[in-house]
Write a protein of this length. Structure first.
Length: 306
């Protein structure tokens, strides 16, 4: 794959961008049609044969399926694009109307977290919950109960239980990325990325259950929620997240300051950042509880404890 990533070039006069390696097969592959699904000043979402990719301004959110342009919103790089407009992607380039983008470099949307200990991550979870309480007035909301139900089903290895529990989350709420999807994406991404950093052996059942059910969850999402949200869930079950969520995950392991990372995430959208943060905390608590249950010298933590 790296050879393919290094070979892409694209038009010499195009705007350069940094592309997620998660969408390398589409970007580096042969040209194929794309269609504008949604267009905003900071981001444009393009449908292709197998999914969805985003083109975002430099000061937009670096999604796990994004090509991040070298210029910001003020330069109006996405002006003039509209829903239904058609173009092409492939051979290291994207062309839609006047927008011409070439891949200049790649980024990895999967945060590789350093090993950490249950006591350290327990403190970070407590701090994160306290900060959310201070910022939002509550460390819980209407989706906390179904999120905890998904977590408990994952912890027990109950695949049917996972699929039943996600029905109360997938597509719940309005917007481009409904609140239930944001919570679920955060939960899944935290499980995938934190499990090997905290206790890979103790969390084997947890990660296996998620691997076996993730495809079914994403398939359901493609039928009941927005295309943008379903695509982000597809990446979340693989541990691929936006840069702001990755920063919070790194903070849980002590690699970055927690408060600035949470504040940056909470600033995203009307509620998306908050809901994604809830999901990350719930997933982190699930990993912690599973790790502690595998240690006979430590008392088990309840996943939904707040």
């Amino acid at each position: 794959m790296m050879d393919a990533l290094e070979r892409v070039t694209g038009p010499a006069n195009a705007t350069p961008g940094a592309a997620s390696s998660a969408i390398a097969p589409v970007l580096a592959g042969p040209p194929q049609p794309v269609r504008v699904l949604a267009a905003f000043p900071a981001a444009v979402y393009l449908e292709h044969a197998t999914g969805l990719l985003a083109v975002v301004a430099a000061d937009g959110v670096q999604h796990p399926n994004a090509v991040v342009l070298s210029v910001g919103v003020a330069a109006r790089p996405l002006a003039g694009l509209h829903v239904g407009q058609e173009g092409t992607v492939g051979d290291g380039a994207i062309g839609v109307g006047q927008l011409q983008v070439t891949v200049a470099r790649w980024f990895d949307p999967s945060p590789h977290l350093r090993a950490t200990s249950p006591p350290l991550i327990a403190g970070k979870i407590a701090d994160a919950r306290a900060h959310l309480m201070a910022r939002t007035g509550s460390d819980s909301h209407d989706l906390a109960v179904p999120a905890d139900a998904v977590a408990e089903a994952l912890r027990s290895g109950d695949m049917d239980g996972v699929l039943t529990a996600v029905r109360d989350l997938v597509g719940a709420g309005p917007g481009l990325t409904p609140a239930g999807d944001d919570v679920l994406a955060g939960l899944f991404a935290a499980v995938v990325t934190l499990s090997p950093a905290v206790a890979p052996e103790a969390t084997t059942t947890l990660t296996r259950t998620l691997a076996l059910t993730g495809g079914a969850v994403v398939d359901r999402a493609r039928h009941v929620t927005t295309a943008v949200s379903a695509e982000l869930l597809h990446h979340a079950v693989r541990g691929e997240v936006a840069d702001l969520a990755a920063a919070v995950l790194h903070a849980f392991t002590g690699r970055r300051p927690l408060t600035p990372a949470l504040d940056a995430l909470l600033a995203v959208g009307a509620t998306s950042g908050r809901d994604l943060a809830h999901g990350l905390i719930t997933g982190a608590a699930l990993v912690l509880a599973t790790a502690e249950a595998g240690d006979p010298d430590r008392p088990a933590t309840t996943v939904g404890a707040r």
